[in-house]
Design a protein around this ligand. Sequence first.
Ligand code: SF4
Ligand code: SF4
Length: 87
Amino acid sequence: MSEGLIYKTFGGLPWTPKFVEAIDKTLCLGCGRCVKLCVRKCLGLEGFEDDEGTERHVAIITNQEQCIGCQACGSICIRHCYTFKEK
Ligand code: SF4
Ligand code: SF4
């Protein structure tokens, strides 16, 4: 079992990053707020056509390698689409 990475904040307090793991496409509205927020450019929007033929979007993880585990994407998502994982 992983013991998890532990870093320190600017003030010397313990900080354990939680890295982006998955986005629930069934909940995502495609608003793009999380995509804009991620300073590490880990996220993107993917287009698709729904059952009525309307073009829609969902957020996807495009660059997980660059994730620093800040969880900002999950914090801004009103639909609670995100799950995270410690390393
Ligand atoms: S903030 Fe949430 S609902 Fe909006 S695009 Fe991102 S995952 Fe989807
Ligand atoms: S946890 Fe932070 S770095 Fe990782 S995808 Fe979300 S906003 Fe980007």
